[in-house]
Design a protein around this ligand. Structure first.
Ligand code: PMP
Length: 408
């Protein structure tokens, strides 16, 4: 079997050479943002050095080159998630903006008082709050898909939540707080039989799983570049062409129109440009494309099996620590471990372990409804990427034991 050459992977990431508080950096906060390989950094620098120009409207060489690179990334994203057509890919600032786009465009055009939206208990705030804002305004009803004690969605309850008023299911592919992998293909099938659409928040799936939006039959799918080895400030929304075509513009401005007039109605551009008002993050989109090239070179299947080994190792080592409890014990998990330690505040653990060079995340992970359900307001979270190693996990576990000894 082929295996990921992690030593080679690590050479691509200059940041991994740095020290923190005089210790080698052990970066285990990948679910928040992943690090960036040299090729991505280079691609952005190259854009600003050689062909920085605004896209689409220019006829000069630099504008042509910038447009080609920008639209080239759209095709790379299409291939990455196996969308049918590149015009089904809309560039956004990230997952958050993609979901807000659907809520404000599709939601306002299609939902009315009394309509229902099903949202899972596992959601990130970015797949909750846009719907709450809309619900308050349009008098929609939000129903919550519950989880069991492992952090697995209750599929019986899910089926039972549907009524003839259910219009949309909003669910993540993988939970950022617990790592649970949700059965989104099955959930999409159930939603469609009930006449509802499904929006999948793929922010945590894109770095860990091969995503196929056609196989999943997702109506909308969103993810951010910065969690897939790309730059911040850019992400994408996938929508089925028939849905996007029927959706009204969300933000107005340059680039999203056909004709603008004070005397006649302004007309709008076709998809995807109808939803890309104003000058986008061109340099970041270029970097996004380079990041997908990088992932393609190393193969997500190899990355996934490597990360699963790291997850198994970390789970085993952490389970041996007295008083440590892992939250989220689903049978299908991505490389994310949330845990709490008896007698030690998560915040203190996070601060002290940083002194030892280890970066983990502490807090509510923008998933307060989930943590509340489990009776906690914060956890520590370690999350892994392609460049992490079993040795780093050992360093992390040893550091954690020291820290626990200090605070208890
Ligand atoms: N959904 C999930 C599951 C996430 O993990 C995140 C990022 N933590 C988001 C949405 C939001 O992504 P962004 O901040 O890049 O818009």
């Amino acid at each position: 079997d082929l295996e990921l050459d992690v030593a080679q992977v690590r050479r691509h990431f200059p940041i991994l050479d740095r020290e923190v508080h005089g210790k080698p950096l052990v970066y285990l906060d990948n679910a928040a943002t992943s690090q960036t390989p040299e090729s991505v950094i280079q691609s952005i620098a190259d854009y600003y050095r050689r062909y920085n120009a605004n896209i689409h409207r220019g006829l000069h060489t630099l504008a042509d080159e910038a447009t080609a690179a920008y639209e080239g990334t759209r095709e790379k994203v299409r291939a990455f998630i196996n969308a049918h057509e590149h015009r089904e890919i809309i560039f956004t600032r990230g997952t958050t903006e993609a979901i807000n786009l659907v809520a404000n465009s599709w939601g306002r055009a299609n939902l009315k008082a009394g309509d229902e939206i099903l949202i899972s208990r596992l959601e990130h705030h970015s797949n909750i709050v846009p719907w709450q804002l809309l619900a308050r305004e349009l008098e929609l009803r939000i129903k919550v898909i519950p989880v069991d004690e492992r952090g697995v969605l209750d599929m019986h309850a899910y089926r039972d939540l549907f009524t003839e008023r259910t219009r949309l299911v909003a669910v993540n592919h993988i939970s950022n707080a617990f790592g649970t992998v949700n059965p989104v293909a099955e959930m999409a099938d159930i939603a469609h039989r009930q006449g509802a659409l499904i929006l999948v928040d793929g922010a945590q799936a894109a770095p860990h799983e091969r995503v196929d939006v056609q196989a999943l039959d997702a109506d909308f799918y969103a993810f951010s570049a910065h969690k897939v080895y790309g730059p911040t400030g850019v992400g994408m929304l996938y929508g089925k062409a028939t849905l996007l075509e029927a959706m009204p513009p969300w933000q107005g401005g340059g680039e999203m129109i056909k004709t603008v007039s004070f005397e006649a109605p302004t007309t709008f551009a076709d998809i995807p440009h109808r939803f890309e008002a104003g000058t986008p993050a061109i340099g970041e989109v270029v970097g996004f494309g380079a990041a997908l090239d990088w992932v393609g070179e190393f193969d997500l299947r190899l990355i996934k099996s490597w990360e699963q080994r790291l997850l198994a190792h970390a789970t085993q080592e952490l389970s041996r620590i007295d008083g440590l409890r892992i939250l989220g014990t689903a049978p299908h998990k991505a490389a994310v471990i949330s845990f709490i330690v008896e007698g030690a505040h998560s915040q203190d653990i996070g601060l002290l372990i940083d002194q030892l060079g280890v970066a983990i995340r502490t807090g509510h992970h923008c998933a307060q409804p989930l943590l509340t359900e489990f009776g906690v307001d914060a956890t520590c979270r370690a999350s892994f990427a392609a460049y992490n190693t079993p040795e780093e996990i050992d360093i992390f576990v040893e550091a954690l034991k020291r820290v626990i000894g200090m605070v208890r």
